[in-house]
Design a protein around this ligand. Structure first.
Ligand code: NAP
Ligand code: G4F
Length: 322
């Protein structure tokens, strides 16, 4: 039985990936913060359906010793390093903790694997945020990076560390360059979930308005479940490599808002207010990915389109609140 270790298992992608790996017959282990083990009701809610099928280990991305101990104990065959401070807005508020957690966390994981499980295949959760001020549209593996946030900078460093451990030490390390992916398990601070949860509240008479920032930003939004399949496929190849994972379609935040309100039978212009406080000091204006390489080499295809994603998220939020 193959053993997989997931950092960030309590997050959106951790929840989908752990289900996928359990279904494939893996023994699944996850690193979680000690506070999560002490407050499972609030902090492990995404893992509720699989709690009896996974093994959780206390550890922090800030502590090399804790990550080293977990790697030493599990000796995983595959490691999916998803743990990170992942909210771009917050990275402007506390750039020091974002940069230190994200870069050091990745460095610690790579070093622990090199020293204690050198045969382990390693996946790094890179991001389209690394393209930032984009140099070409669509963006592919060869597009230069120009990050526009402390978060984006931390991901470029993680990407380079991951590539360097491959080139310098011969480790099987892959970078996924994933574009925005969403689901009913998305955190409420991200714009899609903020929108769909507000639509549900307005529909049910619990809220009256939704305050948002820049409606003109364009994102290439896919479904998290589809993207976790791509992560797994990367580690099943003969050679380690880096891959863009995206739908190739791009929509503005306004188009997402419009689709979500329309699906609930509402007109967004009656409820949405623009609030300057949600604007960022520097914005990533347009992301659109070219996933040709992932399609050709991994045989990967997204299954859920934009309309399907919006409907899935709105329906689930209405169901949950009802
Ligand atoms: P998420 O829901 O925010 O999950 C982040 C995970 O990291 C959580 O499990 C969180 O644990 C953990 N974490 C944060 N700080 C930690 C620390 N100091 N020690 C231990 N664990 C820590 O993110 P996601 O959407 O699943 O994304 C997964 C990864 O993919 C992230 O690295 C993200 O940056 C990257 N990514 C995401 C997208 C996207 O659109 N979703 C696109 C590209 C790349 P707690 O629950 O304890 O906070
Ligand atoms: O949903 P967002 O916060 O996601 P963002 O910044 O694109 O980052 C997400 O995707 C990245 C991949 O490209 C990941 F690496 C990262 O971890 C994260 O998962 O914001 C999307 C867009 C932005 O342009 C933002 O300015 O929506 C705009 N926006 C407008 N009003 C808002 C709001 N974003 C948020 N969170 N809240 C608003 O009120």
């Amino acid at each position: 039985m193959k053993k997989a270790l997931i950092t960030g298992i309590t997050g959106q992608d951790g929840a989908y990936l752990s289900r996928l790996l359990i279904d494939k017959g893996y023994e699944v282990h996850g690193v979680v913060r000690r506070v999560a083990l002490e407050d499972p009701e609030h902090r492990l809610w995404r893992l509720r359906p699989v709690m009896d099928k996974i093994n959780l280990h206390s550890g922090s991305l800030e502590s090399y010793a804790s990550l080293f101990d977990v790697v030493e104990k599990i000796k995983p065959d595959e490691c999916y390093h998803l743990g990170a401070q992942s909210f771009v807005s917050y990275s402007f508020e506390d750039e020091f903790s974002t940069i230190s957690t994200n870069i050091n966390g990745t460095h610690y994981m790579l070093s622990a694997i090199k020293n204690r499980a050198p045969k382990c295949k390693f996946y790094f959760a890179g991001s389209s945020e690394m393209f930032g001020q984009v140099r070409e549209i669509p963006q592919k593996e060869t597009t230069p990076f120009h990050p526009r946030s402390p978060y984006g900078i931390s991901k470029v460093a993680g990407f380079e560390l991951t590539r360097n451990y491959r080139e310098a030490y011969g480790l099987f390390t892959c970078n996924g360059i994933l574009f925005n992916h969403e689901s009913p398990m998305r955190g409420y601070e991200f714009v899609t979930r903020k929108i769909t949860s507000a639509v549900a509240k307005i529909k049910l008479g619990i809220a009256k308005e939704l305050r948002l920032g820049n409606l003109d930003a364009k994102r290439d939004w896919g479904f998290a479940g589809d993207y976790c399949e791509a992560m797994h496929l990367m580690l099943q190849q003969d050679k380690p490599d880096d891959y863009v994972v995206a739908t190739g379609e791009t929509y503005t935040v306004k188009e997402f808002v419009d689709a979500a309100f329309r699906h609930a039978g509402l007109n967004w212009e009656d409820y949405v207010k623009i609030d300057e406080k949600f604007y960022r000091p520097s914005e990533v204006h347009e992301l659109k990915g070219d996933a040709s390489k992932a399609k050709k080499i991994l045989g990967w295809q997204p299954k859920v389109n934009f309309e399907g994603l919006v409907k899935m998220m709105v329906d689930e939020d209405i169901k949950r609140l009802s």
